[in-house]
Design a protein around this ligand. Structure first.
Ligand code: OSB
Ligand code: MG
Length: 401
């Protein structure tokens, strides 16, 4: 921390991290890990009971370690990426980093930009590299990015339940935990009635909904009706990723914000959506947009257009969560994020200390260098299914564990 503030005095603004920062790597270890969710999480595209995902460990020549988590799931339901496509893409991206020369973030971006798509795979490397670069400067990722908040406001994303009563009980338990806004997953056939039930049980609660593209554009009038009737504050991604016009039509004179998630994957998609007035809120996921640098840029762009941003989640373990919490410390993230406590997702997180909910529905931004939390070796070992290692001068080699 001290090193960070000493260095920051030499630099013109608070954003002390630079794309020219570089670090020489010694080793990269890619692991597939599996963690059971505390309860199933159902969305319009399926149920998740156990997350299987990739975790990247980058080790510098000085012995520092940086961590990145890949949000891609086993199946391409949220987006086209999977654990398999990410593994393949990482197999292309990582060898170039394992060179005797230091690698800069700018050099990594230039190389990654030569491949189309695969944002989640790219974000895995980018976030691990930023963790390392921040640690090398002795500052947290929040400081490295220029974030100033010490606590970030959060809410909780609540899956589809068997009955409206079960949903109301689940929401009640989250309110008892201290969450102050909920995001209810909806789909055709699970909307008016369950959302109405939550509204009746909690007349003052801030309610958002998220459909993950489940509605045909012909459902717009119906969505407007029930969302208005139940005083829903925000409707996220009701229509298909490419349906910019349909989102703009829904947003016109709506008493709720229309938020885009899947539609926004890069700067051009955000610029087009802003110009079309297709969004009045932006869900920024580090994973979906290819890393923290892009996430920061998109949130700034949205803020300039008067569109509030917030940090979305993909049920990340503590590693991905840490990156997301640091991101949320930046100015443009003015709405509460989908960044719940570790215990809302997993019984034992991979990191120590785990994230816990603080008063005012907040999480603390870790203050230690890098992600600011430590990966617990025993927890990592228990969760690991296989590893693949790259070293300078050597190829990749794999091992089951
Ligand atoms: O659309 O925001 C989404 C989880 C997996 C895939 C997509 C989404 C989500 C969530 C959970 O809503 C957010 C979280 O991590 O708490
Ligand atoms: Mg979403």
């Amino acid at each position: 921390m001290a090193a960070c503030s000493i260095r920051s005095r030499r630099l013109p603004n608070r954003s002390i991290g630079s794309a020219r920062d570089s670090v020489a790597l010694r080793r990269a270890v890619l692991r597939e890990v599996a963690l059971d969710l505390v309860e199933p999480f159902e969305t319009s595209f399926g149920v998740e009971r156990r997350r299987r995902f990739l975790l990247l460990e980058l080790e510098s020549r000085d012995g520092l370690v940086g961590w990145g988590e890949c949000a891609a799931a086993r199946e391409p339901r949220y987006s086209s990426e999977t654990v398999g496509t990410a593994r393949e893409t990482l197999g292309r991206l990582l060898p170039a980093l394992l060179s005797p020369e230091p690698v800069s973030l700018a050099a990594f971006h230039a190389r990654a930009d030569r491949y189309r798509g695969h944002a989640m795979a790219k974000a895995t490397v980018e976030t691990a590299l930023i963790d390392l670069l921040a640690r090398a400067r002795g500052c947290s990722i929040a400081e490295w990015l220029g974030g100033r908040r010490r606590r970030v406001e959060v809410g909780v994303s609540v899956g589809i339940h068997p009955t409206p009563d079960a949903l109301v009980r689940r929401v009640g338990a989250y309110l008892d935990d201290g969450y102050r806004r909920v995001k209810l997953k909806v789909r055709p056939g699970w909307d008016d009635v369950p959302v109405g039930a939550v509204r009746r049980a909690y007349p003052d609660l801030e309610i958002w909904v998220d459909a993950n593209q489940a509605y045909p554009t012909t459902a717009a009038a119906d969505i407007r009706r029930w969302a208005s009737a139940h005083r829903v504050a925000q409707v996220e991604q009701p229509f298909a990723e490419r349906a910019v016009r349909a989102h703009a039509d829904l947003a016109r004179h709506a008493p709720f914000r229309v938020c885009l998630d899947e539609s926004i994957v890069d700067r051009p998609s955000l610029e087009d959506a802003i110009r079309a007035r297709a969004l009045t809120s932006l869900n920024v996921k580090t994973s979906r947009v290819g890393g923290l640098t892009a996430a920061r840029e998109l949130a700034r762009l949205a803020a300039i257009a008067g569109v509030p941003a917030w940090v979305g989640g993909m049920l990340e373990s503590g590693v991905g969560r840490a990156h997301n919490v640091h991101l949320a410390s930046l100015g443009p993230f003015t709405l509460p994020g989908d960044l719940s406590a570790s215990g809302r997702y997993y019984r034992t997180d991979l990191v120590d200390p785990p994230f816990v909910l603080r008063p005012g529905s907040t999480l603390e931004v870790p203050r230690s260098p890098g992600i600011g939390v430590e990966v617990v070796p025993a927890a990592l070992r228990r969760a690991t299914r296989w590893t693949r290692t790259w070293t300078v001068g050597g190829g990749g080699h794999s091992a089951r564990s």
